[in-house]
Design a binder for this molecule. Structure first.
Ligand code: SF4
Ligand code: SF4
Length: 353
């Protein structure tokens, strides 16, 4: 595993131009340079030079980063921001017991326990058989909310869905710098792919999709080689050209998760589905706040995000706000105050066509 010192050159490449500020969802909320790559690189430059310690304060700013990589896409110096930030997080993680304890709780009690608990009460939905097969990566608790809907929608598209029990994709561990824990989660995923001998994977949660697609460079070389032969698609890539029709007319809006990469596919499904009135909300692509701010001590920032998001949703006049990420769904529900309903887009379509 690389050390922060190995990224000295990468950190020096930052010219402090500030272009990253225009793309960073967290900077747009905080207006604080320490929460975007430019300011973070100033701090990390101090760390690699030995002038600053990798302190709790610096770690807090790195925690706010969503690891979305939007800043890297516009960075004229071509800095791979997520690589640097995750490596810095890993260094902090390895030296702090409280971080390890938090990862342990997440791994075994939250993201490990929930799927096991759910599987005591619910059976995995079964697919019809077709020539083309895909494997559904349901992640942790999104598994039992959407598997029936996924199978119904993909069976209508004449595709067979392999639907095994999955665990968490590992993103909460990755985000907190527990790269060893993240690699373990990816190994579980690889074992399932090998067991079913399948090369095409479908997801409904955009955070899972981003993780199993974009973060594979963090796994061991042998696993990386195996995963580079796997195609991962969001369900809307399969549905974008299908003619879907709701049983009754519904008016909805949509919150775009930061991790969603194929917005055009989702938009096409929203606009092409018969009996579905889609109203775009103001700031539909602004971060829900949950991913980078999953700590109660960030409540002041969260409150501002919640207020604005709730107002924008209510203004659309839609009865329901849809999304495609378990974290966003949770955040939207938390701050709804009973003013609107929240649903996962796949589940909504599966239940209403
Ligand atoms: S856009 Fe790139 S070079 Fe410019 S300040 Fe941000 S990280 Fe540095
Ligand atoms: S990775 Fe995303 S959240 Fe983090 S600094 Fe870049 S744009 Fe901001």
């Amino acid at each position: 595993m690389k050390r922060l010192q190995d990224f000295k050159e990468e950190i020096h490449k930052c010219s402090k131009c500030g272009i990253c500020q225009s793309e960073c969802p967290i900077y747009k909320i905080t207006g604080n340079d320490c929460t975007v790559s430019r300011g973070q690189f100033v701090m990390l430059n101090g760390v690699v030079k030995g002038d600053l310690k990798m302190s709790k304060v610096i770690n807090r700013y790195l925690d706010l980063c969503l690891k979305c990589g939007k800043c890297s896409k516009v960075c004229p110096s071509g800095v791979d921001v997520v690589d640097v930030i995750v490596t810095a997080k890993y260094e902090y993680f390895r030296k702090h017991f409280t971080e390890k304890l938090s990862a342990f709780i997440k791994k075994y009690f939250i993201f490990g326990f929930i799927p096991r608990f759910e599987s005591l009460f619910k059976r995995n939905a079964k697919s019809k058989t077709f020539g083309k097969k895909v494997l559904y990566f349901g992640g942790c608790s999104s598994k039992f909310r959407t598997d029936k809907a996924v199978i119904k929608l993909l069976n209508e598209a004449e595709m067979e869905v392999i639907n095994p029990v999955f665990h968490c994709c590992g993103i909460p561990l990755f985000a907190m710098g527990d790269l060893d824990g993240f690699k373990d989660q990816m190994k579980k995923y690889i074992n399932i792919l090998k067991k079913y001998d399948i090369k095409e994977v479908v997801t409904t949660c955009t955070s899972c999709e981003k993780t199993i697609k974009s973060y594979i460079k963090w796994v061991d070389d042998e696993d990386k080689e195996f995963l580079s032969g796997i195609t991962v698609k969001n369900i809307f890539e399969y549905l974008r050209d299908k003619k879907l029709k709701l049983k009754t007319p519904r008016k909805v809006t949509y919150h775009k998760p930061c991790s969603l990469e194929n917005w055009e596919d989702v938009e096409q499904v929203l606009k092409n589905t018969e009996n579905l009135e889609y109203v775009e909300m103001k700031g539909f692509d602004k971060c829900c706040g949950l991913n980078g701010l999953d700590k109660f001590n960030e409540y002041k920032i969260l409150k501002e995000i919640y207020k604005e998001k709730r107002k924008n949703i209510v203004e659309t006049g839609a009865e329901i706000v849809l999304s495609s990420c378990l974290g966003c769904d949770t955040a939207l529900k938390l701050y709804s105050s009973g003013k609107y309903k929240v649903d996962d887009l796949t589940e909504f379509l599966g239940n209403n066509i």
